[in-house]
Ligand binder design. Structure first.
Ligand code: SF4
Length: 335
């Protein structure tokens, strides 16, 4: 399978703050890769580097095999349409001075395609209908819409130019719970119909369960585990995240072990020595304070933990596989 996007040893430091510190990622055509972690883990910064809203300190970003890391605006223009982004806050990401139709059509006006005016508006209307909004909404302003409608407009704008890769940066976390499921369902349907690859950035593991083919877990600027991590979480941090995520079946929820992490996420300006997770890890050993674990291949994925063996055996803080078998999570129902 050809890679839509490859991120190689990506680093972004803001002064002393090491927001992203050596991240490798790959998204294939038609694949949904979830990037999960707590607020401050660096996951959104990775997404912003991929769309070139932020300039990495070092490393490479390849889109369709082309290194776009250091291209200037003019040379980047032919590649812009390959990737687009949906932001967390639909209200803040839509310019209140413009009508919805113009907002959705904007990428067709400024992109490499340069679509003529009448076609732009026809494609914007078509895209609005694809995201479940009536075409007449094109005449309204963002402030006249609900939060869910605004996020649908954001999705329409992101997809109108037919990108190969969509960066969905916490697309439901600013929405009411009642509309989150509907927006997730919409994204899943569009991804299936249009076939774009997706980097789905979230802290919501129940959304990941429903949408993602593969998962990468970030902690303090680094990926600590990737692969089929929901079925077989090896890293203690992944297990802690899973144990804290809500479960649709109350009995299964009660039966699950809860891993309580001590303390807050350390500052990325002064990350702990050795394993960055050692200050909060319930099974840390002496060497964890001095030796940094490398991300290495195990069956079904990769993990960075001294206690995980070559065969993937390691700390078992929770038993999610048993809970999952007993009560697989249902897909979100439309709100
Ligand atoms: Fe915990 Fe040590 Fe593994 Fe880090 S390397 S996750 S501190 S056991």
């Amino acid at each position: 399978m050809s890679a839509l996007c490859e991120v190689e040893d990506l680093v972004l430091h803001f002064g002393r703050v090491r927001a992203v510190d050596g991240v490798n990622l790959r998204v294939d055509r038609g694949q949904v890769v979830a990037l999960v972690g707590e607020s401050g883990s660096g996951k959104s910064t990775v997404g912003r580097c991929v769309v070139r809203l932020l300039q990495p300190t070092s490393g490479r970003i390849l889109l369709g095999g082309v290194d776009v890391t250091t291209l200037n605006r003019r040379r980047l223009r032919p590649h812009r349409h390959k990737v687009s982004i949906i932001f967390q806050d639909p209200a803040g990401s839509l310019d209140p001075r413009f009508r919805v139709g113009d907002i959705v059509a904007e990428p067709l006006r400024v992109g490499s395609e340069r679509v003529p005016g009448r076609q732009r508006s026809a494609r914007a209307h078509e895209m609005l209908e694809k995201v479940g909004l009536p075409a007449r909404i094109a005449a309204r302003f963002p402030h006249e819409l609900s939060g869910g409608q605004r996020q649908r407009v954001g999705i329409a704008r992101a997809l109108v130019s037919g990108p190969d890769l969509l960066i969905a940066d916490e697309p439901t976390s600013a929405l009411d719970v009642s509309v989150q499921a509907a927006v997730l369902n919409l994204l899943a349907d569009l991804q299936r119909d249009l076939g774009f690859g997706c980097l789905f950035i979230t802290h919501d593991l129940s959304a990941v369960e429903y949408l993602a083919d593969t998962v990468a877990v970030m902690y303090l600027g680094r990926i600590v585990e990737s692969g089929r991590v929901l079925a077989t979480p090896r890293h203690p941090y992944t297990q802690a995240l899973l144990s804290a995520s809500p479960w649709p079946d109350p009995d299964a929820q009660r039966a699950r072990t809860r891993v309580v992490l001590s303390g807050e996420l350390p500052s990325p300006a002064d990350p702990p020595s050795g394993c960055r997770f050692h200050t909060r890890c319930p099974v840390a050993e002496a060497r964890c304070r001095t030796e940094e674990p490398v991300l290495r291949r195990v069956e079904g994925g990769s993990v960075a933990c001294h206690l995980v063996g070559e065969d993937g055996s390691g700390p078992q803080l929770i038993t999610p596989a048993a809970s999952r078998a007993a009560a697989p999570p249902a897909p979100p129902s439309p709100a």
